[in-house]
Design a protein around this ligand. Sequence first.
Ligand SMILES: Cc1ncc(COP(=O)(O)O)c(C=O)c1O
Length: 384
Amino acid sequence: MMRELIPLSIPSISGNEWKYVKECLDTGWVSSVGSYVDQFEQSVSEYVGTEFGVATVNGTAALHLSLLACGVRPNDEVIAPSFTFIAPVNAIKYCGAFPVFIGSDPATLGLDVNKVNDFLSQECVLRNGELYNRQSGRKVSAILPVHIFGHPVDMAPLNEIAGRYGLPIIEDASESLGSEYRGRKTGSLSTIGCFSFNGNKIITCGGGGMVTTNDESLANRIHHLSTQANKKPFEYEHDEIGFNYRLTNIQAALGVAQLEQLDSFVEIKRKNATCYRELLATLPNVKLAWEEPWAKSNFWLCTLMVSSEDRNSLMDYLLSQNIQVRPAWKLMHNLSMYQDCQVYKMEETMAEFEKCISIPSSVQLTVDDIQYVVDRIKVYFDQK
Ligand SMILES: Cc1ncc(COP(=O)(O)O)c(C=O)c1O
């Protein structure tokens, strides 16, 4: 008999979710104002270690508003990885700006800080305190690192580089809530952090997002833009073109209940990753993407590296065994919308991305599930 599906990443709803959502329904506080929105903003920012949190309707909206608030304007350029989910790159385009894709670091799978340094120092020029890309003539106005699969980018040197050129950093921490870089939580490591609470993330609001920052004026500006730029709500005095990007109280209620469980979710995911690693250690053809000594990953999605020849056939085999797996995203610069964008030092990224398979990583995963996944991987290689 076929074993039941082992999902890739599903929510764990096991705390106060029903209670808090019911309270919203019972009191009528269901929409974009309510105590749970305030509570969620406060508890996420406290957890992450920033002074301010601004809730948004999703992570993409958090990125869009952060880029706008950091001053990204039409025709500017933003440094971004090509190896990422598409949302941060689309957010750059929503601002009318262009991504410049820099290669990723095979150790972290995130933006390669040395390559960013090479690009900015060798391919750009400072004029009147602003940085311009020699090739395109456009102004470079921000850096957008993404903490891929939960593993932090090497932020200390990136902050140093950004500081040298006066560039803000918008940290896409959508996948890395609970991860740490040198003892500090991702989302608190630069100008602004952005989170997603989509259903497949470590905690979920159904859908939702958050901006975290220590900069009060940025937080106020993002809040303002997210509420239709309504300066005096009672009088409908809108002072610019804003957005309807606020999170609802129902979603925030779900988020507050989920956040109460986050530490245990991180612990379970780290334990599961260690279990995978120990069991996979005997398989020479498979490597589990692991953490750097300075990092503590939330292991949002455990990801295998295999040879590019094996990747698709191993994936097909695991899917046939009711194990939900997924290839990594297509590189952004290979998508039709982004193929004209500038690409810099991408060779290593190309090679790494072809090897990735994300494997079941939900909080509910049991040791028995992990053993089954590893056994099936073993069978695949034994049968080759
Ligand atoms: C790296 C990254 N950035 C941004 C997002 C977008 O978040 P949302 O789906 O909440 O808009 C996601 C996932 O959904 C993501 O994985």
